[in-house]
Design a protein around this ligand. Structure first.
Ligand code: NFE
Ligand code: MG
Length: 519
């Protein structure tokens, strides 16, 4: 028996530790641990409720829009304007969230995950005239190998030509991400930390100029998604097709649904582009979602708050020396059961709701790989779902832009009530995100956020059931314990973000950097 420790696991957005106990080459027990604390919920106490929209975005620079959207749905409900959002505002909110999805999915595949499959050293000695490959070759020649190294060795399977193509696309993806941010900024003002999505609507008015500007930027992104991102995922999937059978995990999926299409104040009934619900990969039946059944366990987390509480009455009391705890992440559960969230969960739900483009995409992908639906519950299934979703979102965004009506309202005024409660459920790029607020004396009395990486990366719950990362790792065959490719590929397929799940502190007060401002 031996133990593999991978710490930090992430390429960017660190502080996730994975420990795996391996016996006879198989992972017998895995532990997922968030190693730094997040205190956003406590920071929000006693503040003006409107601060939630600004402060919760600071949870993360990758998905701040998911937090501005969830906090705003939360405040729309608490302020009594959830059913009064003008159509223009609904569309602009969706365009901002959609742009954030696109940059996040492209970032994940190229910058965070693809290097587990692509051998960048193929660019060493490159003598052709492609500028991107020449640039990478210069980095390699100078020995400037980050972010490509350190890495695990021994399982790179693409041909030299395929590797070169993927490295070229890695560089191209950086430009496409900038396009996504610029597209977002047309409607959201800036990225990260947009100020445009506010309770009652948005702060940006549609104009013909902005609509035209968005359309041509979006077209460039759509071309990249169709001609580069999806073919690259298929190329990797062909060479590593055994990963359709690796990293299955819990096999139960949950999504709140996202991209609002009407203003039903009951978010579980609101019409959304991708409908919400729950399902299991084994029977693929669409099950309803009742948010009162969501709880967070803390038996193995460094908190002394009550356990198994619904987030509407959730608590965040740290206890850094607690016996038996091994993570700062809590363990969200639905009706006591473990669920995976993310693009795969969303697209399974969209499939079950009968969303035609998803049905077509899923059917043709399974046919292409001659695979049964159960193959989707896997490392490659998560990558495929994310890439397909990016295209489906971008396609709809092209239509949404044309639904905007310059000159029509974008906002409904509100007053902050003395007492109220709210709940905001939507989907971040990485999965289900929920914010809950209690307002007393016009101020925030309690605020709770339960985010995708809390669902996926949490530790064992009060009953000892392992979280989704842990379940996906347990039972995995590790070929070479010094190069545990299988484990990093599995966890990275979820696209973990630890800043979202918990927030950064420097417990010893270390000096990180000193800045001198001159002038
Ligand atoms: Ni920091 Fe986030 C997303 C949210 S993940 S990226 O997507 O909410 O936990
Ligand atoms: Mg929380």
């Amino acid at each position: 028996m031996s133990k593999i420790t991978i710490d930090p696991l992430n390429r960017v957005e660190g502080h996730l530790k994975i420990e795996a106990v391996v016996e006879n080459g198989i992972v017998k027990e895995a532990r997922s641990s968030g190693t730094l604390w997040r205190g956003i919920e406590r920071i929000l106490q006693d503040r003006n409720p409107l601060d939630a929209q600004r402060i919760t975005q600071r949870i993360c620079g990758v998905c701040p829009i998911a937090h501005t959207y969830a906090s705003t749905l939360n405040l729309d409900a608490a302020f009594g304007v959830a059913d009064k959002i003008p159509n223009n505002a609904k569309v602009i909110r969706n365009l901002i969230l959609g742009s954030n999805y696109l940059q996040s999915h492209v970032l994940h595949f190229y910058a965070l995950a693809a290097l587990d499959y692509v051998d960048v050293t193929a660019a060493a000695g490159y003598s052709g005239n492609d500028p991107a490959l020449t640039q990478v070759r210069r980095f390699i020649d100078r020995g400037q190998l980050a972010p490509f190294f350190p890495r695990y060795e021994g399982d790179y399977r693409l041909t030299k030509e395929e590797n070169l193509l993927a490295v070229k696309h890695y560089v191209q993806a950086l430009d496409i991400r900038r396009d996504c941010h610029e597209l977002l900024a047309i409607w959201g003002g800036n990225m990260p930390q947009s100020v445009a999505i506010v309770p009652g609507g948005v702060t940006e008015n549609p104009t013909v100029d902005k609509m035209a500007d968005s359309r041509w930027r979006l077209e460039r992104i759509r071309t990249f998604l169709s001609d580069v991102y999806i073919p690259d995922v298929l190329m990797v999937a062909k060479r590593y097709s055994d990963y359709f059978g690796i990293g299955r995990g819990v096999g139960r999926y949950l999504s709140y649904g996202c991209f609002d299409q009407d203003s039903n104040p009951d978010l579980t009934q609101r019409k959304r582009l991708f409908g919400g619900g729950r399902t299991s990969i084994d029977d693929l039946k669409l099950l309803p979602l009742d948010p009162s059944k969501i709880t967070e366990d803390i038996r193995h987390s460094w908190y002394k708050s009550g356990s198994h509480l619904n987030p509407s009455v959730g608590e965040t009391e740290p206890d850094p020396h607690k016996d038996g705890a091994y993570s700062w992440i809590k363990s969200p559960r639905y009706d006591g059961q473990v669920y995976e969230v993310g693009p795969l969960a969303r697209q399974l739900m969209a499939y079950l709701h009968g969303y035609e483009p998803t049905v077509r995409a899923v059917t043709s992908t399974l046919k292409y790989f001659n695979a049964p639906p159960s193959a989707l519950a896997s490392t490659l299934g998560r990558h495929a779902a994310r890439a397909l979703e990016a295209k489906l979102v971008a396609d709809r965004m092209a239509d949404w832009i044309l639904e905007l009506k310059p000159g029509e309202p974008v906002h409904t005024p509100f007053e902050i009530p003395e007492e109220s409660t709210g709940m905001g459920l939507t989907e971040a790029p990485r999965g289900a995100v929920g914010h809950w607020v209690t307002i007393k004396n016009h101020k925030i009395a309690n605020y709770q956020a339960v985010v995708p990486t809390t669902w996926n990366g949490g530790p064992r719950d009060d009953k000892g059931q392992p979280g989704p990362f842990e379940q996906a790792l347990e039972g995995t065959k590790v070929r070479d314990e010094k190069n545990p490719f299988e484990l990093v590929r599995i966890v990275r397929s979820f696209d973990p973000c630890l800043a979202c799940a918990i927030h950064v502190v420097t417990p010893k007060g270390n000096l990180l950097a000193r800045y001198v401002v001159e002038g």
